[in-house]
Design a protein. Sequence first.
Length: 97
Amino acid sequence: MPTGAEYEAKIASYNWDDLINLWSEIESGNTKALGWGTGKALEYLVVRAFQLDGADVTWPYSVYMDGKQLEQIDGVVYVDGLACLIECKDTAEEIKI
C-alpha cells in the first residue's frame, strides 16, 4: 500500500479536471484499480480541492499516544484565519459518528 507521501505526490499532479474524473471513479467504486487504498482517494481529493482553491492544507496524518494510534485526521484546511479539520467517509452505508 502506498505511503502518505506517495499519495501526496500523486494527488499533487491533479488539476480540477483530474479531480472531477477521480470523483467519478470514487462514485463507481473503481479507485483501487487506480492505486488508491480504501477511502484514500476521497480523503486526498477533498484536501487537494481546497488546496487548488487557494487554501493552505495539511495532508492526512495519524495522532498517536503512548505508541498507539488514537485517530487519523483526514486533513486540515487553513483559510482566512480559520483552521478546519476534515473527516471523510467513503461509504454508501449509514455510519455512526
